[in-house]
Each structure stands twice: as C-alpha cells, then as structure tokens.
Write a protein of this length. Structure first.
Length: 78
C-alpha cells in the first residue's frame, strides 16, 4: 500500500484520468473529492460491498439459472 501525506487542497493523481483532492480535514475525518471518467465506477467500500453481495444474490436466483439454461440451449453455433 502506498501511503501519502497531503494537506487541504492538495491533489493525488492516479494514472492520467483520476484526481483525488483533499477538500477538508476535521478531527478524525477527511473529506476528499474524486474526479474520474464516468466509465470508472467510484464507490465507498461499504456501498461497493453491498452491490457485490446483491449481484451475487441476484445471480443465484432460480430464474437466472433458467435463463442461463435457455440461453445455452438456443445459443447460435458459429
């Protein structure tokens, strides 16, 4: 893990497309701003984990298995 020290208003760049700016520092919280292309999803980790869990749950529903079977059955042979 790379650990960097930044002050309010300073920026960290990730590659050519992502900027992370320290907006505010108060007690034990840091506010950051993230500029990233729309095609790169940016989520808080707890939100990302909830999305992953929901996707796993949805993929295991019986209806999904039926659709996968139908798709495999009618898949075009190339």
């Amino acid at each position: 893990m790379l650990v960097l020290t930044r002050r309010r208003g300073e920026v960290i760049t990730i590659g050519d497309a992502i900027e992370v700016t320290v907006l505010d520092i108060r007690e034990d919280q840091v506010r950051i701003g993230i500029k990233a292309p729309k095609e790169i999803p940016v989520h808080r980790k707890e939100i990302y984990e909830a999305i992953k869990a929901e996707n796993i749950r949805a993929a295991s529903l019986p209806e999904v298995a039926v659709l996968k079977d139908l798709a495999a059955k009618y898949k075009r042979k190339e």
